[in-house]
Design a protein around this ligand. Sequence first.
Ligand code: PHE
Ligand code: NA
Length: 452
Amino acid sequence: MVSQQPAREQWGSRLGFMLAALGSAVGLGNIWRFSYVAGESGGAAFLLIYMLCIIAIGLPILMAEFTIGRRAQLDVVGSFQSLAPGKPWVIAGFMGVASAFIILAFYGVAAGWSLFYFFQYVFGGLNVAAEGASADFFVNFHTSPIHPLFWQFAFMATVTGIVFVGVKKGIEASNKFLMPLLAILVLILAGYSMTLSGAGEAFSFLFSPDWSALTDPAIYLAAMSQAFFSLSLGMGALITYGSYLSKKEKLPGAAVGVASMDSLFAIVAGLMIFPAVFTFGIAPDSGPGLVFITLPEIFSSMSLGTIYGLTFFFLLSAAAISSGVSLLEVAVAYFMRQFEWSRQKAALIIGSIIFLLGIPASLGLGVWSDITVIGGRDIFDSMDFLASYIFLPLGGMIIALFVGWGWKKADAFEASDFGDTVLGNIWIWLLRVFAPLGILLVFLYSTGIWTF
Ligand code: PHE
Ligand code: NA
């Protein structure tokens, strides 16, 4: 058995949990990662598969994570150990903790870029008047060895500070104001962007699929990984957050709320980015720099662009912080229980380690870009590949099988608030068969073992 900690922190209100889970979900994944992955994967076909993955795989597993966390009231490793002592399911817990280290390491690098752009706009913005200037600016910045590390450090220090103080005190309040503001701003910018001359091209890029693209195995894995990454799924972030939840909240409503808000954010972000991509002649497959190259073009073409730029990058950084907090919290909650560390000690030690792990990711885009690790990928992409393409879907598969087959059906119905209803049964069968099989087929298809 796993020992319960005496007084587990809890969310302050029903809304508090929903906001925290949303705060974890909505982040750089929706704007930065979504845009460049969609851009590399051809747009509409990717978006279609992405949405299918959200509904048929992501949503049921999201529910499963909430259910596990609230039932066990423990961190991701402890949850499996207490609900199924001595069983191998706990491997998903350890993979989750490992993913927290890896994802936050490279996430911190990109979040640092966002912080840097914020300060850049505070001091007047970027001069992107010349053609290609915003791309040059980004490349100069992120390939320089030391400069991005400074901002990555600033981001990690903030995230560590919030986890140090305690999740509940640290993030509930900020999510309540900043996330709705980000939503409004992204909507305004999307509205503006759609008046640009490239809007038509962007629309067909995003919404009219090139069906032949569906035979490209790579986009299935890219879309499924993006679904997991964006929903903060498959690594126990939402198990951990669910564990700070008391019995009052109705889980299915919260799960649907998080999944739909997160997807809306991504789609509106696409409407903000791609019209500008086509208007300003930026390549959709520009990679991780895409939004950092595109957005300055939007802002410089707007009146009051500096104000918009400053506000946007402030709010994007805030969204990245609340996602980073949920990543760090997965590891901190585990180390606190397992090694009886204080929250403060765990936050400081793990936050520092993750900062150090992020340094090679940052350098891998610049001075170390010759170093390739997994399949020709640089260090940054390799970390993303290992965590987002392998660990998250695999962890999600284990979580689905665990609730689907490792629990008594009646327990799963009760713990999830579904009860023995039609929806409850659909959920269970999605977990038992559809979601794990879907993940397996995507894995097999993308490795070329299975084709159709
Ligand atoms: N979902 C977050 C985002 O979209 C990133 C994240 C992934 C957070 C995994 C926690 C766990 O930015
Ligand atoms: Na997201």
